[in-house]
Write a protein that binds this ligand. Structure first.
Ligand SMILES: *[C@@H]1O[C@H](CO)[C@@H](O)[C@H](O)[C@H]1NC(C)=O
Ligand SMILES: *[C@@H]1O[C@H](CO)[C@@H](O)[C@H](O)[C@H]1NC(C)=O
Ligand SMILES: *[C@@H]1O[C@H](CO)[C@@H](O)[C@H](O)[C@H]1NC(C)=O
Ligand SMILES: *[C@@H]1O[C@H](CO)[C@@H](O)[C@H](O)[C@H]1NC(C)=O
Ligand SMILES: *[C@@H]1O[C@H](CO)[C@@H](O)[C@H](O)[C@H]1NC(C)=O
Ligand SMILES: *[C@@H]1O[C@H](CO)[C@@H](O)[C@H](O)[C@H]1NC(C)=O
Ligand SMILES: *[C@@H]1O[C@H](CO)[C@@H](O)[C@H](O)[C@H]1NC(C)=O
Ligand SMILES: *[C@@H]1O[C@H](CO)[C@@H](O)[C@H](O)[C@H]1NC(C)=O
Length: 899
């Protein structure tokens, strides 16, 4: 389908250049190629490495033969000049040197087409390319060119096609590209380009038919001069940082057939100027910030086939005229705030072309409209979150849709149960079924002879209390199965599940499973994610061998006992969470064979071991939680190059640490930059998210998903002694630091003043002496701190952050004083009387602190300080203002099947 495969390569464009013309009508007497041109090409062959598995066109390039007959070379028939050099997809490695033979002045004076696309070229795009003055086509796409686009390309006045997409180019578009006034196609997609679109590009208005600059970081407004590009048929601005509205000049793009503007920060009402574009076939505005109602006359887009506006904030009712567009094929309105009842308008006009209809996650109310049964070609139907207000849902309306492959009718808010047998017996092609959040029933003795071969089934939160039905035939084709959040006790026929050779994802979390973990689990050989957390499984850790491709294993919150097996769980393991069980003795060192391990969480067990410093040989380890076990002894200096979150609190670790202890914990020194692939993303795969519980700002907080830039260090409630290592000041990315409840002595290291990202600092209940370093007063993100119960003296630093702490953060010391202290102790009295008490969690000390940091966060701290982590994470205790801004930001959607 057009929308899901984004073509970045050039579409064939009919254009006619002089040399081809000459070629066709020239006298057949062919000239041999010129020796100096042959020399230049032969030299080129030695400039790179060519590797398998490509068919290497340069094999035919041998000296003393006519170069015009070589693969990838074309000559002008009359004069024998080389006019085309095409080495696309030739597995070439290396750099295109500025002194390369073909770029030397006049070495190929008539070269019109240079196609080096789809190789492995690295290094800069040489500016000497600008010397190839006869070029009409330059294609360097799908390589690894880096650096800026040389402005000398603006000298290639005769260029009609320029394709630099899918490289690693940086910087701005050079304004000199505006000189290329004969360009018909310009493609810069999938680079790291920035800045605004230069005004000089307005000169390209005469011939440009194809402009594609998607997947960069272009910013600013979309320039309104694009509306003058009267020949434009395709415009792709998607996945950039464009702001503002779609310019009203766009209504003049009469030939436009494809407009992609998804994944930007565009706003304003639906751009009604687009309604003039009667040739438009494809329109995508997904994932922007558009608001307001959809225009009632949307059917002016009379040739529209694909209409994607998901992930905006459109309101109002669904314009029924939309469904009178006869060519309409795919529609996604998901994740908006459309309301009213669902209505498809004049049934007789209903488009029979419609194959893909996604209306889920809006505020529609009422029942499923009867007219839906006319959409007989539907293959995908998403009505999730249609609020039927507790009414009876008559699924028989859907029985006419015999081609349905994907059906999402989750969260219908219906009073009646949904009959799984009925659905499965009607839809023979069903591949994907999401009934999450509905009450689902089924009969075990099912009458159908041939239930569909589902690949994905989601039955989370469906109130299922009986055994998991054996009729769900999962063998061979089931790929993802989610039966979490029910009250299922057992599987009716594990034998059938055993044969599920393709099951990749299985979640049975939060059910009422008891007994041992069934052995069939270990026979699911394709499983990559297994989540059986929050059940009552007991007995020992399963002894069978797990799937060798298992990446995530979550057995948290069960009653597993005994030792962990010594053998390897899976070499591919990325996440292992066995927290809150009753596992004993030591961590098996076989874990070091899982060299991809990123998350290890064994909290709240009875492990009795010394610090597993061998974990430092896990090159990818990012999260380590040993909290609340019986770990003991000293921690020797070690190296954790990727570790970002460590919680070893509530154990019996002891001893002193040398001052350079944190020297090699480099991931906490500095985190990857914006632009790195994983920067600011959540950990885990697209369908599995690791969660973790941490103490932050004095309260226990659940990170439902772990952001790759979140950092925390919790050594609290152990028996550490000696001086706090001054190298702690190197951990500049740390957001949470908790060393409370140890026996640290000496001064608070002034290097802590370098912890510029710190939001929460707890040093309470130690034996710290001296003053609180004045440097801490400069930490502008620090919104929670606790110095209580030490032996501190002297002046408490000034600064807003100190002034907004509750008095209790300083109490139990020898002699702290200062204006900020007096101020907070006054504030503290006010805080206590004016805040309503809603929290029951930490009754005594805790409660007042909870309230005061929330108050502080809302009242005093600059918004950004607060937003930095708290905004990016979701917490189990969720006031309304915890919005997750990552929901809407850039996430590459390379090949999603679902929109
Ligand atoms: C090609 O052959 C010519 C003469 O036959 C010779 O001068 C030249 O060096 C050769 N080139 C290469 C690259 O071998
Ligand atoms: C562009 O092509 C035309 C026709 O081949 C030629 O006369 C002209 O010199 C070229 N322009 C440049 C800058 O090379
Ligand atoms: C639907 O949304 C519009 C615009 O936000 C609002 O004015 C209207 O009251 C809403 N209608 C219903 C039934 O909620
Ligand atoms: C199934 O529906 C639930 C509730 O609407 C939703 O959160 C979930 O993402 C859906 N699952 C898939 C795989 O689309
Ligand atoms: C869970 O199972 C136990 C017995 O195994 C039973 O007593 C309990 O009622 C079940 N809980 C629910 C919610 O079904
Ligand atoms: C840990 O194991 C040692 C012996 O290996 C034992 O003496 C000690 O009591 C154990 N600690 C706990 C808390 O079980
Ligand atoms: C820490 O890193 C330095 C070099 O960066 C290295 O010489 C030293 O051995 C490392 N220390 C440990 C304990 O890995
Ligand atoms: C650390 O604790 C162990 C017991 O787990 C004890 O034998 C050892 O002496 C302690 N070390 C220090 C430095 O206190």
């Amino acid at each position: 389908m057009k929308g899901s495969v984004k073509s970045i390569s050039l579409i064939p464009i009919s254009f006619c250049f002089l040399f081809l013309f000459r070629d066709e009508f020239a006298v057949p007497a062919r000239h041999l190629c010129h020796p100096e041109q042959r020399e230049a090409i032969l030299e080129l062959k030695n400039e790179f490495q060519i590797q398998k598995p490509c068919f290497d066109r340069t094999v035919s390039w041998v000296n003393n033969s006519d170069c015009c007959s070589w693969d990838g070379i074309r000559c002008d028939a009359s004069f024998g000049d080389v006019i085309e050099l095409n080495l696309s997809g030739n597995c070439i490695y290396g750099q295109l040197n500025s002194k390369s033979s073909i770029l030397r002045f006049q070495s190929l004076p008539f070269l019109a087409t240079l196609d080096l696309s789809n190789n492995h070229f690295s290094g800069n795009v040489p500016s000497s390319l600008g010397n190839l003055s006869k070029l009409t086509t330059l294609d360097l796409s799908e390589n690894a060119f880096n650096g800026e686009i040389p402005s000398s390309l603006g000298n290639l006045y005769n260029l009609t096609i320029l394709n630099l997409s899918q490289n690693k180019l940086i910087g701005k578009i050079p304004s000199s590209l505006g000189n290329l006034s004969y360009l018909t196609a310009l493609t810069l997609c999938a680079n790291n380009l920035v800045g605004e679109i230069p005004y000089s590009l307005a000169n390209l208005s005469h011939h440009l038919t194809f402009l594609s600059i998607c997947e960069n970081s272009f910013s600013g407004e979309i320039p309104s001069f694009l509306g003058n590009f009267s020949h434009l048929t395709l415009l792709d601005l998607s996945a950039n940082n464009f702001v503002g509205e779609i310019p009203s000049s766009f209504g003049r793009l009469k030939h436009l057939t494809d407009l992609s503007a998804e994944e930007n920060e565009l706003s304003g009402n639906f751009p009604v100027t687009l309604l003039y574009l009667t040739k438009l076939l494809y329109l995508s505005l997904d994932d922007n910030q558009f608001t307001g109602m959809l225009p009632p006359n949307i059917s002016s887009l009379s040739n529209l086939e694909i209409f994607y506006i998901r992930g905006n904030a459109f309101t109002g009712t669904l314009p029924s005229s939309l469904f009178s567009i006869p060519s309409l094929t795919c529609v996604s309105l998901k994740y908006n705030q459309l309301n009213g009842t669902l209505e498809f308008g004049n049934v007789s006009l209903l488009s029979s072309e419609l194959v893909d209809l996604r209306l889920g996650n809006n505020n529609f109310v009422g029942s499923i409209p009867r007219s839906i049964s006319k959409l007989v070609n539907l293959r995908t139907l998403d009505l999730s979150h249609l609020n039927t207000q507790g009414s009876v849902v008559d699924l028989s309306i859907l029985w006419n849709l015999k081609s349905i492959e994907e059906l999402d009718i989750s969260d219908l808010n219906t009073a009646t149960a949904i009959d799984l047998n009925a659905i499965l017996s009607r839809f023979k092609s069903l591949d994907f079924l999401n009934l999450t959040g509905n009450h689902v029933t089924y009969e075990k003795r099912s009458s159908f002879s041939d239930p569909p071969l589902l690949r994905e089934l989601y039955l989370s939160g469906c109130g299922i209390t009986t055994e998991f039905p054996g009729f769900i035939r999962t063998q061979h084709n089931m790929w993802r199965l989610d039966i979490s959040n029910n009250k299922i006790k057992s599987f009716e026929s594990p034998k059938k599940l055993r044969q599920s050779s393709s099951l990749d994802y299985f979640s049975g979390a939060s059910n009422n499973f008891t007994g041992r973990i069934p052995s069939f689990i270990c026979e699911l050989r394709s499983l990559t994610v297994l989540d059986l957390s929050n059940n009552k499984f007991n007995g020992s850790f399963p002894l069978g061998k797990f799937s060798s491709v298992l990446q995530a294993l979550n057995l948290r919150q069960n009653r597993l006992s005994g030792r962990l097996p010594k053998k390897i769980i899976s070499r591919r393991l990325k996440s292992l969470d066995i927290g809150h069980n009753k596992l004993v003795e030591k961590l098996p060192t076989s874990l070091i064979n899982s060299s991809s391990l990123e998350v290890l969480n064994v909290e709240s067990n009875i492990f009795n071991d010394t610090f597993p410093s061998w974990l430092s040989s896990l090159p990818e380890l990012q999260v380590l939680v040993l909290r609340s076990n019986a770990f003991h002894g000293p921690i020797h200096q070690t190296r954790f190059s990727k570790l970002r979150i460590i919680d070893i609190s509530h154990n019996r670790f002891n001893g002193t640490s040398p001052s350079n202890f944190f020297l090699n914990w480099t991931a906490m020194h500095s985190i990857g930059k914006d632009g790195d692939q994983s920067y600011g993303q959540y950990m885990g795969t697209s369908y599995y998210s690791d969660s973790i519980v941490l103490m932050n700002k004095g309260i226990e907080m659940e990170l439902v998903r772990i952001l790759t830039i979140y950092t925390a260090l919790d050594f609290s409630e152990n028996e550490f002694e000696g001086v706090i290592p001054s190298s702690i000041g190197l951990l500049k990315e740390l957001h949470v630091l908790n060393l409370s409840g140890n026996a640290y002595t000496g001064h608070i290291p002034s290097s802590m003043g370098n912890l510029s990202s710190l939001e929460s600092l707890d040093l309470s209940k130690n034996k710290l002496t001296g003053e609180i370093p004045q440097e801490l007063g400069n930490l502008s993100y620090l919104s929670y701190m606790n110095f209580s119960h030490n032996q501190l003296v002297g002046l408490v630093p000034g600064g807003t952050q100190f002034r907004t702490q509750p008095c209790s953060s300083f109490k139990g010391n020898l002699g702290l004083y200062g204006p900020s202290l007096e101020e907070v102790c006054v504030d503290h009295i006010h805080g206590k009387t004016s805040q309503p008490s809603e929290m029951s969690k930490e009754e005594e000390d805790g409660q007042e602190e909870v309230i005061s940091w929330i108050a502080a966060a809302i009242g005093f701290i600059p918004g950004i300080a607060f937003g930095f982590t708290m905004g990016y994470i979701m917490v189990s205790y969720k006031p309304e203002w915890f919005i997750n801004p990552f929901g809407g930001t850039k996430r590459r959607r390379i090949s999603t099947t679902r929109r």
